[in-house]
Design a protein around this ligand. Structure first.
Ligand code: ADP
Length: 425
């Protein structure tokens, strides 16, 4: 098994897929793992992205998880480490970006790294150290009201300085625009001033490609997923169709949807309008079934079993906001969510047991529950279906390998489900 060149540590699950997707589009063959693997890497790839759940845990836990990921990646031969966080720099005054970044720097014995969430393709740009989301500053983007990581300041030098003992500086756009030699000279200057971490401006993909060249010999890069587009060139890797190659498709096709986002409601309606069989799960009915000891997932699987051979089908709890509110008023927000997630995860597991090998899951939390129920430990990243959502090839611990597309909330066009199911060769 050849060793990897790039080892990535992502602080959440869908963020890891986002990064993996960008690396694949830039030509790297990528595997994403769910947590730190217990064994050595079994695949021949250029990069591994380890998905942690460290964004909102206590800082010491984030440090421990990140260091475990680092030591596994180093053991697989990673020549450069990429610590990936959200493109809205989601963090609190305590962290976890600062503490994790600092611990990785210490462990790698490096005195300098960069930090930038810039991702122009997704309208995240950094200018003079200020993060813009679309046309507005971060703290006017809605992120100031985020329930877990409210972002009240768009000045990333200040935000990061509050989370780290190392001195934070800035490589501004005037430098980035002049290219890699100017960026390298600025890094020498900042180091001489005692700066350990530099926020970097970037407002376009050209900026990210120039920055990428300047990061060639940096042991640790910390960023959103955007910077990833400029790194493969340093390893002699260029975009190619081969990078997203997955094994050919096999088995039946199904969609499980627990997302109630506007886009998902449209996607469910579109799929039904095309005449595919669809079963709606009513949370109040599931609740009554559970009370009577009836297994709601078994009922759904009995419906699906004879239909699978005819073509793709859908099992969904997706509902409009009024219906969701009414369910939540009766069952409680958390209890309703957890009960539906458990049911859909059992449906996903049952569908795979029935021979489904191409499975689309709609909903971020729903995806997490399904991946867990399927005991998926790692996924090879394949072709992009829509921005941020690739087809993956998952090795599940149960031995059933399958194609999996995990679509969060508002991602994807209205015809996402049928488009995705037609995409695999
Ligand atoms: P998204 O990515 O769109 O946010 P998630 O799967 O992350 O989707 O979250 C949707 C949440 O809503 C899950 O906890 C799911 O179990 C719950 N849910 C799904 N359908 C319903 C429904 N009909 N009523 C109430 N809650 C629901």
């Amino acid at each position: 098994m050849s060793s990897i060149v790039l080892g990535c540590i992502a602080d959440d699950f869908t963020g890891a897929t986002d990064l993996a997707n960008n690396l694949v589009r830039a030509g790297m063959r990528v595997v994403q793992t769910i947590g730190v693997p217990a064994q050595a890497l079994q695949s021949d790839v250029d990069a591994v992205v380890i998905a942690l759940k460290s964004r909102t845990v206590p800082p010491q836990d984030a440090v421990t998880q990140s260091l475990q990921a680092l030591s596994w990646l180093k053991a697989q031969g990673a020549r450069q480490i990429y610590f990936k966080y959200c493109s809205t720099f989601d963090s609190t005054a305590q962290g976890n970006i600062g503490p994790a970044l600092e611990a990785l720097m210490d462990a790698l014995g490096t005195e300098f790294t960069i930090a930038t969430p810039a991702f122009p393709d997704n309208k995240r740009t950094v200018f003079k150290g200020y993060l813009f989301v679309g046309d507005v500053l971060l703290n006017e983007s809605g992120m100031q009201d985020h329930p877990l990581t409210p972002m009240a300041d768009a000045n990333l030098v200040r935000v990061l300085q509050a989370q780290t003992r190392r001195k934070v500086g800035l490589i501004d756009h005037g430098v980035v625009a002049r290219g890699a030699p100017a960026i390298a000279a600025r890094i020498v200057e900042l180091k001489a001033q005692g700066v350990g971490v530099a926020i970097v401006d970037a407002v376009s993909n050209d900026d990210l490609m120039r920055l990428g060249l300047a990061l060639k010999d940096m042991p640790l890069v910390t960023a959103g997923s955007g910077v990833a587009i400029g790194l493969p060139q340093n390893f002699g890797i260029a975009p190619s169709a081969g990078a997203s190659h997955l094994p050919p498709r096999d088995g039946w096709q199904a969609v499980v949807s627990g997302s109630c986002a506007t886009a998902t409601n449209r996607q469910v309606a579109d799929f039904i309008a095309r005449g595919h069989p669809a079963l709606a799960l009513d949370p109040l009915q599931i609740f009554q079934d559970v009370a009577k000891g009836i297994d709601a997932s078994a009922k759904a699987l009995a419906w699906a079993a004879p239909l699978l051979k005819n073509g793709p089908l859908l099992v969904y709890s997706t509902a409009d906001p009024a219906a969701v509110k009414s369910v939540q008023a009766t069952l409680g927000v958390d209890d309703a969510g957890a009960m539906v997630e458990r049911t859909l995860a059992a449906v996903a597991r049952g569908l795979v047991a029935l021979g489904v090998r191409q499975l689309i899951v709609a909903g971020g939390e729903t995806s997490g529950a399904c991946v867990q129920a399927l005991s998926v430990a790692q996924m090879q990243i394949g072709p992009q279906i829509d921005p941020g959502v690739p087809w993956c090839y998952a090795k599940s611990a149960s031995g059933a390998d399958l194609h999996l597309a995990l679509k969060s909330g508002n991602f994807g066009t209205d015809d996402f489900f049928s488009k995705a199911l037609a995409l695999l060769p």
